[in-house]
Design a protein. Sequence first.
Length: 47
Amino acid sequence: MGLKPMRGESVDIEKLVAEHHQAVYRYAYRLCGSVDEAEDLTQQVFL
């Protein structure tokens, strides 16, 4: 699933990551309970 900008818009990846990184990391950490795994999962989400 990718983001498709509407006509005249662009996707600002840095803004997207900045807005959602912490929430994704916290969710991943709650699921796996490991800092290293949560960091890896979070990185994979934004690839």
